[in-house]
Design a protein around this ligand. Structure first.
Ligand SMILES: Cc1cc2nc3c(=O)[nH]c(=O)nc-3n(C[C@H](O)[C@H](O)[C@H](O)COP(=O)(O)OP(=O)(O)OC[C@H]3O[C@@H](n4cnc5c(N)ncnc54)[C@H](O)[C@@H]3O)c2cc1C
Ligand code: FES
Ligand code: FES
Length: 1341
């Protein structure tokens, strides 16, 4: 080994999509994803997070295992897989399995045709997860499928459609996997009152037709390269790959590895790289030597021993799980208590892609305090074999093994060879619990392993080990508590003592990292209580316990389990006589869906790099409020490949910028938030640019105050102007007429957009007249054009902004994207070369802002029957360091302060808090959801106060047709009553409620809750001038039509709808019409694609342009009535008729004045109602979404498939907002939650088990194109039904402790908030720390 030439490089050999690739000088720091995208131009595989948390980069890796003579296929995260780990592997990407141009693969076809691809950015990853699953199991079960998708996120669809498409592969088939009770599949056996995917009067039409799907034909797949099999049979040879900073050695034997470890004691062993990869990328750690033990058989072996099974340290979690499952199925249950617990823990350990590569040894050796396996190994007393070239030693994993935060008892030259996991004996019981914010793929808040051994034939404890993660810098054993319990009988008294003792022993500093201090302490006790009950039940079964578990306690020990989802979609099909060419009203597929599923759809960062193109990385502030004293760039400039540092000095035009008012700078000299853009580095690769950006040193002069929270802003009177107010009626009179008055508060947390595609811009200087062409992922092409022109000091006419499509926007790319585009454009101008930047997820989350957190304070007066008479409500929004669109957002919150309720005397006031956070911005709903959330809070308080069911209070306060809002717009074509009634019916509300009540009587530690919530959403931009749109339609002489309009495509299907509109108007098939892009040089002065109004506005503009063309073609049609479209077009052309027309539309009769409270702010309203039922675990705070029914008025739907997709997607985004997603900031304004690891958006497992969506029938809307209605934003708020169902369940839990009446529940209703609100004897043992006596780790902004 020592003799090996230190400069020797090996060639890396792998196959990609069946083709051999030999890579000279493979860089150990390069990931497979970068290699695929940048070196092989295979851009179908996407980058969503770079940390294994979103699945967008999923590919299949296949390798030949010579020991088992078997080819193994795994879904893998390309963003974490080091290129060097793939020697002699075959990689299959989405491009390798099918294409639109050649032949689609069924997994690509089905997701597209089932409407499971909206923006499409997640689609290749989901396709590849499904593909890898089918490769291993051609007829998977529903459970296999649910597991396969644990590591994939989608922000658009709400998942239902994806699952439905893929359920057609399942063993049981059909949309419910055949699990529907009674009569088989729900798609083939609808109840009489459920007209699945269609309408009773025009039945027979579905959202998609599974009979059209190509069958899965495994013989058509790419074969595993025979060369890799023969290479795999040869004895392994050590490999060396040398990069700029890192040496990668893959030793061929254990002996060689141990020798190397002696030579390089600081070297890292890398197996799955799921920990090391994260450390190098996000913690800026550098490991100059990496030892990859992939070839070492001893580290991958599994052997039976006398006491259990010994697993080599490199055994992956997937293999571990498979082996343990075999043993559990084979051995008597008492012997496999530990194995069963590990299996349960593995169910919630990361996603499949991670489990496929992550090793058991990697988990142990990372020594993370929140490792999910270490508490189990510790409680079970697992034995670890360590080895160095000096020999082996065996240690029991106990509390001495972890010597400190991420430290172990291993000597530097030692490696972990194996771990022995023991069998259990009769009279021994073992459980594992993991509590996390999201059940699937989330790190633990608290995690534990619990082991008890009883004296033979008794319930007297012989030994007990309780081990916790998440409660200290290491995994810990509760030695004091355990010592107190030994020798005692398992019973109520022991349980009470154990809980008190745990409360004393498992303390946390109020400032402990990770926060949630009270919750974590309560969890240690609550989880022990679950263990206590579990063991008691088992003892009772053995007749060793005095008492059995009380029947109403039994659900506390059930394992968390969600049934596979089932769904129903109801919509009105087109009338029988409608022409088959007329596509309006039909559920046609998103026109890019197939390309998205094959990876052929081109997103901004997929555009091939220009030969002289460069990459940009942002340099941002690490202080929330400071002057910049100096910027030191020497170290940065020394990084290889760096071209320049760009700053305010390089601006040819103005540094002032901002979407509504110019209160921002392109580059800051005084920073007002962490993440404020100070400059940028331009380099030859993204890696170099990012490395150099981190090397820029900024010195600051810190300023006071640092205002982070709304409460800080109120205390400092730090507000933007104006303060908005809407007032109607006479408040004093209203309160006087009320029987009761109550006051309350609610805080609604912000939300990160988490579009799967982060912000991206490519700027290409054109070389003359200051012209520049920009390719941008933006909702606002014209705003980008204008702000770039301003910064470059050129007229807007010299700047072209092009948008092909976005991988999601949700408001996040309405204004904030322009800031990045401007920086990139300035850099491109400076270096006179194309420059691109696609932000990494952590950068995007840091700099781009999100939904405004809101705080609502209200005083409400009401009658005994719940009729609200008067409301005085004040809203505070956390705006951040610049105005952005915050005034309009606050105005919309005020316009929605009534939600759907008629309040005779009302006043709403809105304050915009100026804070040292990145500027918050538009997000689907635009302040509306926050406005309405506060109204549902006071409605809920009124109901609790009056002791009347909340649905009754809601119903009695609902508006009626013709009544007027606080801003004096009267409600025409009002459909909320119809939505309400239908939703009550399809959800079976009254019977459901009776079942919930019965359930709650029978269960102490799990409770169910039910809620019905209406919504009314005003449609129009509240800034009047934005309510305009343009379109440009060209007809070419072959009859093909190129359509352009002002809207952008971000997955919502706008282009598809516009083609439907043009097709109906021109009376030609959609196949003749094409949309290429949105571009400022075809349709100028466009409004952002926002406010749900884009189909309305652009649809009318398209209609207008098409009408003009039709009129021009009319004479030719009249002359040749039997002719074809092509004939008329040709005739017109030869007659010298202009076959290009633009169209324009402005919404009529708009104009609201806050001074006089008069004029119409909205063109019309969209309405909807939802019913949700949930179940909460009162001990952990987890909840399950059991049922949701939604009835949405979308007018006469232009495309029911797209509209249902919008309803479901918005609803799930709302579920995230109100129950899951929590941005966490330090008191100094640092954002902790900068990626999917810490910030949890809903996953597949969060969709309601039963989901019914109905588009209201016979509800044409005369105010929009072809009687349709806006749909993008209005359904989001319906997710509040889940929040208030949770609140209902908590109310039932509190009643068990004798608590009644209104209580405050802030949003989101996370497990922490739910658990803390379910006060009981355990929470009493852990009182919260006294506010003001400590500095918390995080603050609620
Ligand atoms: C998206 C995501 C989700 C995750 N979810 C979870 C989760 O739910 N629960 C959880 O507990 N963890 C989780 N993790 C953490 C991580 O996946 C696990 O710790 C994993 O088991 C690490 O294994 P690996 O092979 O990838 O380790 P690597 O990154 O390859 O190595 C990790 C560390 O172990 C050392 N090491 C590895 N093998 C040996 C050996 N034989 N001898 C000495 N040192 C060795 C390495 O040098 C390195 O320091 C998650 C990680 C990601 C990225
Ligand atoms: S990009 Fe790899 S998992 Fe997100
Ligand atoms: S379609 Fe899944 S993220 Fe957009």
């Amino acid at each position: 080994m020592e003799e090996m030439n230190q400069n020797h490089h090996d060639d890396l050999v792998l196959f990609v999509n069946g083709k051999k690739v030999v890579q000279r000088n493979a860089d150990p720091e390069m990931t497979l994803l970068t290699f695929l995208r940048r070196k092989l131009s295979l851009t179908g595989t996407k980058l969503g997070c770079a940390e294994g948390g979103c699945g967008a980069c999923t590919v299949m890796v296949s390798r030949f295992n010579s020991h088992h003579n078997q080819i193994i296929h795994h879904a893998v995260n390309a963003c974490l897989a080091p290129l060097c780990s793939l020697h002699h592997c075959a990689v299959t990407t989405v491009e390798g399995i099918g294409s639109v141009a050649s032949k689609l693969h069924p997994v690509q076809e089905r997701i597209a045709k089932a409407h499971g691809s909206q923006c499409g950015f997640c689609t290749p990853g989901i396709v590849m997860s499904m593909y890898a699953l089918l490769k291993n199991s051609p007829q998977p079960s529903m459970q296999d499928m649910e597991e396969a998708f644990q590591g994939n996120l989608c922000r658009c669809t709400g998942y239902r459609a994806i699952l439905e498409g893929y359920k057609t592969f399942a063993k049981q088939g059909g949309c419910c996997g055949g699990r529907r009770k009674g009569n088989g599949c729900c798609m083939t056996s609808a109840h009489e009152d459920e007209h699945v995917n269609g309408d009773s009067t025009h039945s027979g039409q579905q959202l998609f037709d599974p009979s059209e799907f190509m069958p899965l034909d495994p013989t058509q797949e790419i074969i595993f390269p025979p060369e890799l099999i023969s290479l795999g049979k040869q004895p392994p040879r050590s490999l060396r790959f040398i990069g700029e900073r890192v040496l990668w050695i893959q030793p061929s034997s254990l002996n060689e590895l141990l020798q190397l470890k002696a030579v390089y004691p600081a070297a890292k062993l890398v197996v799955g790289n799921t920990e090391v990869g994260i450390e190098m990328k996000f913690k800026n750690l550098l490991y100059p030597v990496i030892l990859a033990p992939a070839y070492i058989q001893e580290l991958s072996s599994i052997q039976y021993t006398e006491n259990g099974i010994e697993f080599g340290a490199s055994v992956t979690l997937t293999v571990l799980g498979k082996k343990l499952r075999e043993e559990v199925d084979k051995l008597p249950s008492y012997k496999t208590e530990v194995f069963q617990a590990i299996l349960e823990q593995l169910r919630w350990f990361a996603g499949q892609q991670i489990r496929n590569v992550a090793a058991i040894g990697g988990n142990i050796m990372t020594a993370s305090p929140i490792s999910d396996l270490n508490p189990l190994f510790m409680a079970a007393g697992c034995k670890l074999t360590l080895m160095s070239k000096e020999g082996k030693r065996v240690l029991q994993m106990d509390d001495k093994f972890f010597s400190g935060y991420r430290k172990t008892a291993l000597k530097p030259e030692e490696i972990l060879l194996s771990i022995e996991i023991p069998y259990t004996k009769k009279g021994q019981y073992f459980s594992a619990f993991k509590q996390s914010t999201r059940k699937e793929d989330d790190i633990a808040t608290v995690t534990c392993g619990m082991n008890v051994i009883f004296q033979q034939g008794s319930n007297i404890i012989q030994d007990i080990q309780l081990s916790y993660g998440g409660m200290a810098p290491t995994t810990v054993l509760t030695t004091a508590t355990c010592n107190r319990l030994i020798g005692r009988r398992w019973g109520e008294e022991l349980m009470e003592d154990a809980c008190s003792s745990l409360a004393e022993e498992m303390t946390l500093s109020p400032s402990a990292p990770g926060g949630m201090v009270t919750y974590r302490r309560a969890l240690t006790i609550s989880l022990f209580f679950k263990f206590y009950l579990t063991v008691q039940q088992k003892l009772a079964q053995m007749h060793l316990s005095v008492e059995d578990v009380k029947p109403n306690y039994a659900s506390a020990i059930e394992l968390f389990h969600v049934d596979s989802p089932t769904s129903v979609q109801l919509y009105q099909t087109v009338p029988p006589g409608q022409s088959t060419d007329d596509m309006v009203g039909r559920p046609i597929m998103h026109l890019s869906a197939l390309k998205q599923a094959t990876g052929e759809a081109v997103y901004c960062d997929d555009i091939p790099q220009y030969e002289n193109g460069l990459y940009l990385a942002l340099v941002t502030s690490t202080k929330a409020h400071a002057y910049i004293k100096s910027i030191e760039t020497d170290d940065a400039m020394a990084v290889p490949g760096v071209v320049t540092f760009v700053s305010a000095k390089d601006l040819p035009g103005s540094n002032e910028t901002g979407p509504a008012v110019y209160d921002e700078t392109v580059f800051a000299d005084k920073v007002t938030c962490v993440g404020h853009i100070v400059g940028a580095i331009v380099a030859d690769t993204q890696a170099h640019a990012q490395r150099a950006a981190k090397a820029v040193k900024i010195s600051y002069e810190e300023l006071q105050p640092v205002i982070v929270t709304i409460q800080d802003a109120i205390a400092n009177q730090s507000f933007y102007r104006p303060v908005r107010m809407i007032e109607k009626g006479d408040l004093a009179k209203g309160f006087h007429e009320s029987d009761n008055i109550l006051e309350g508060e609610i805080h609604i947390g912000g939300q990160e957009h988490f579009y799967l595609e982060t912000n991206c811009t490519l700027a290409v200087p054109r070389g003359e007249d200051g012209e520049m062409e920009l390719f941008v992922s933006t909702q606002s092409a014209s705003k980008t054009q204008a702000l770039v022109a301003k910064a470059l000091g050129v007229p807007a006419s010299h700047i072209v902004c092009r948008v092909k499509r976005m991988g999601g926007g949700f408001g996040g790319k309405e204004s904030r994207s322009a800031i990045l585009s401007t920086v990139v454009a300035v850099a491109a101008h400076k270096v006179k070369r194309p420059v691109r930047c696609m932000l990494d997820r952590d950068e995007d989350m840091l700099v781009s802002g999100g939904r405004h957190p809101f705080f609502g304070r209200y005083k409400v007066g009401f009658k005994k029957n719940g009729k609200v008479m008067a409301l005085d409500v004040t809203y505070y929004s956390n705006v951040g360091n610049s105005m952005d669109l915050s005034l309009s957002i606050m105005e919309r919150a005020l316009f929605h302060m009534d939600n759907c309720y008629n309040i005779p005397h009302i006043r709403g006031t809105g304050y915009m808090c100026k804070t040292n956070l990145p500027s918050n911005t538009a997000f689907r709903g635009f302040g509306g959801p926050q406005g309405m959330m506060v109204s549902e809070s006071w409605i809920s308080d009124v109901a609790l106060c009056c002791g009347i069911p909340a649905e009754q209070v809601r119903e009695i306060n609902l508006y009626k047709q013709g009544e007027c809002t606080p801003f004096n717009q009267c409600l025409e074509q009002f459909t909320i009553d119809r939505c309400w009634e239908e939703c009550m019916n399809i959800s079976d509300f009254h019977q459901r409620k009776a079942r919930v009540e019965l359930y709650n009587k029978q269960h102490r530690w799990t409770k169910r809750g039910l809620s019905i919530i209406p919504t009314k959403f005003g449609i129009s931009f509240t800034a009047i001038f934005l309510n305009q749109a343009g379109a440009l339609v060209h007809i070419y002489t072959d009859g093909s039509v190129l359509l352009t309009h002002g809207g952008t495509e971000m997955g919502q299907g706008l282009h598809t709808k516009m083609i439907q509109v043009a097709s109906k108007t021109l009376e030609i098939p959609t196949s003749k019409i094409h949309i290429s892009e949105t571009c400022t040089n075809t349709v100028p002065n466009t409004s952002p694609t926002a406010a749900s109004a884009s189909s309305d506005l652009n649809g009318m503009a398209v209609y207008n342009a098409c009408q003009t063309l039709l009129q021009r073609l009319d004479p030719y049609k009249a002359r040749n009535p039997k002719g074809s479209w092509e004939d008329w077009v040709k005739a017109a052309y030869f007659d010298r008729v202009n076959l290009s027309a633009n169209g324009f539309y402005r919404t009529p009769d708009l104009g609201y004045d806050f001074e006089t409270n008069s004029g119409r702010p909205f063109n019309y309203f969209s309405y909807g109602v939802a019913v949700s039922e949930v179940e909460i675990d009162c001990l952990t705070g987890s909840h399950k979404n059991l049922h949701t029914s939604i009835v949405m008025d979308v007018g006469k739907s232009l495309n029911p498939a797209l509209d249902i997709g919008q309803v479901e997607g918005a609803f799930m985004q709302g579920v995230g907002l109100f129950t899951l997603e929590e941005l966490r900031y330090s008191p100094q304004g640092h954002l902790y939650t900068r990626g999917p690891g810490m910030y949890k958006i809903p996953a597949f497992g969060d969709i309601p088990t039963e989901l019914k969506v109905s588009l209201l029938r016979d509800a044409p809307n005369e105010k929009a194109i072809f009687s349709s209605k806006a749909v993008g934003e209005p359904p989001l708020f319906l997710a509040a039904s889940v929040f208030y169902a949770i609140k209902d369940a908590i109310t039932a839990a509190r009643a068990e402790s004798g608590l009644s009446g209104p209580f405050r529940l802030d949003s989101p209703a996370t497990p922490e908030r739910i658990r803390n609100a379910c006060e009981d004897k355990f929470t009493k043992l852990c009182p919260p720390p006294e506010p003001g006596t400590y500095t918390p780790w995080d603050v609620r902004v």
